[in-house]
Design a binder for this molecule. Structure first.
Ligand SMILES: [Fe+2]
Ligand SMILES: [Fe+2]
Length: 177
């Protein structure tokens, strides 16, 4: 009973809720929802990893664990925003070949501004999205590096039925996080 009431108290904590209001705005943004839907339609028959809301949230949560474990000074809401939007333009890659990091780095900007992020924050998030497939990003100890690594760690390669056919360069050979 004590546990339950503490949980409720935590969920109702206005400080915690306030800190994620911009994320709520992203999740309810009509363009964001339309892009998630477009990705889903484009990947309907895809057998490999999908670029859906579950993946976005996995990346956000693994990235946040990384921040907690490393002590990197990265704002939680900025990390979540980058994770939620990093693959949002994947459907464009299927449509016309535009690399999805380019498409996502463009499509994220109005969504971030509508959510209330400053122009400096929008630029930082867009940069992290733009380099999230660039291996040179791996060793960075900033938002870019955290997003890059969380994205790769999020893929559950060891229990994936497509593991043997998949030639993804960042495939996880063993369980990591
Ligand atoms: Fe991606
Ligand atoms: Fe991703």
């Amino acid at each position: 009973m004590l546990y339950c009431s503490r949980r409720v108290a935590l969920l109702c904590d206005p400080h915690l809720m306030k800190n994620m209001q911009k994320i709520q705005k992203i999740l309810t943004n009509p363009d964001f929802k339309a892009y998630v839907k477009a990705n889903k339609a484009a990947e309907k028959k895809r057998k490999y990893c999908k670029h859906n809301l579950a993946h976005f949230l996995d990346v956000a949560r693994i990235g946040y664990i990384t921040i907690l474990e490393t002590g990197f000074k990265i704002d939680k809401e900025i990390l979540y925003a980058a994770a939620l939007l990093h693959d949002i333009g994947r459907f464009r890659q299927y449509e016309d070949g535009t690399p999805h990091e380019w498409a996502s780095a463009q499509l994220c900007r109005p969504i971030l501004r509508d959510a209330g992020f400053s122009e400096a924050e929008v630029n930082a998030i867009a940069e992290a999205i733009l380099v999230h497939r660039d291996s040179a990003t791996k060793k960075r100890k900033d938002l870019c590096g955290v997003l890059f690594n969380a994205d790769k760690l999020s893929r559950n390669c060891t229990s994936c039925k497509m593991n043997e056919k998949c030639d993804w360069e960042h495939k996880n050979a063993e369980f990591t996080t």
